[in-house]
Design a protein around this ligand. Structure first.
Ligand SMILES: [Zn+2]
Length: 231
């Protein structure tokens, strides 16, 4: 039989877990407000090509940064990137390169590209990979730029290069994602290949690279925006 102490410990852990992850409810609420009526929250929108203070990356698309790195996404999944929701139809909101590098699109990739950055601007000497995805419609019709056909390998691009358009591709035509760009920073495995981007342990928080506030309990009720005052 469980002792009272054990029960109290379990309840305390459950309450702590609830309050740790509960703030995501605030994000989900704001996400619903944005998707319901983007025009009513123009101040929530980040703009493609903008750069926040001394942050090294350009913002890669237009929209509301609805979910950040580290957000609890349900069913044991912790978000490994940031999601930017244009609030438009599919296939019209541009995605651009946040940073220069060498672009690869594997032969089977319909919606994603990955860009090798030999020298991480925030951790010099380290190679990282920038992953951009959901650039196809729900049926897998690609919105990726014709400059980067499937099979493209290690092609040099500049910051601001047009990559494609936001889409809603999930892999399941009957269950598309809401239109957005998922952008993540994936670690190198040490042999010049990227690690599995689906595991948060293989990724870095993009927020410092974009000048966005770090995720955390105290920031959960804030809309992620550049905190440096414009000059
Ligand atoms: Zn995402």
């Amino acid at each position: 039989m469980l002792s009272i102490t054990v029960i109290i410990v379990i309840i305390t852990a459950a309450v702590t877990a609830y309050y740790t992850y509960r703030p995501n409810a605030v994000r989900i609420d704001k996400f619903r407000q944005w998707i319901g009526d983007p025009a009513s929250h123009p101040d929530w929108k980040l703009v493609a090509g903008s750069q926040c203070g001394s942050a090294p990356f350009l913002f890669p698309t237009d929209g509301f940064a609805g979910f950040l790195w580290g957000d609890w996404m349900g069913r044991g999944h912790i978000h490994q990137g940031i999601d930017v929701f244009a609030g438009t139809e599919v296939g019209i909101t541009s995605v651009i390169a946040a940073y220069p590098g060498y672009l690869t699109r594997q032969p089977e990739w319909k919606s994603a590209v990955i860009v090798r950055v030999p020298n991480d601007p925030l951790h010099p000497g380290q190679q990282i990979w920038l992953y951009y995805t959901h650039m196809a419609d729900q049926y897998g019709n690609s919105f990726i730029s014709s400059e980067f056909p499937a099979g493209t390998s290690d092609k040099l691009i500049e910051a601001g290069t047009f990559l494609g358009y936001q889409g809603n591709y999930s892999g399941d035509p009957n269950n598309p994602v809401g239109l957005h760009l998922h952008f993540s920073i994936v670690e190198d495995d040490g042999t010049g290949k990227f690690k599995n981007e689906l595991d948060i342990d293989n990724t870095l928080d993009p927020s410092p690279y974009l000048g966005l506030p770090l995720n955390g309990y105290e920031n959960h009720d804030q809309v992620p925006l550049c905190e440096v005052a414009a000059e």
